[in-house]
Design a protein around this ligand. Sequence first.
Ligand SMILES: [Zn+2]
Length: 143
Amino acid sequence: MITFYCINCWATVPESATICPHCGDDIAVRQARADFVDKLIAALHLPEPTTVMRAAWVLGRRRERRAVAALRQLAAGADDGFIAASAVEALEKIGAPEVLGALRRAARHSSPRVRRVAARAMRTIESSEQSETAAPTTGEPNS
Ligand SMILES: [Zn+2]
């Protein structure tokens, strides 16, 4: 069973749940609201590390490009290795080329875990970039 998170109380819930079994929140309605992504991005700044990591996970899964700026800050600047690593993993899933600078900084984090996931994320994004630009050409050499 794939788990998801209730954005109201941040408990883990089954992905198929429409009502949170913990707080009774209507998950489906909340996800359909226009400010759902804003709430997730705001949660990246909460003091509770578990909540931050869960918000990063949901944003990565949804491939929310609007979250890139906030995730970049966490990936490159969070002292907590678990938070930085979760931000890096979310950026890897979102996969935009503009995240590479933050990943390079994360690759020098004091936590080996962050350095490892950042190196992997850079390889993932760089290889997907190459396959996009490796479209058939007329034989012109790349400079
Ligand atoms: Zn809940």
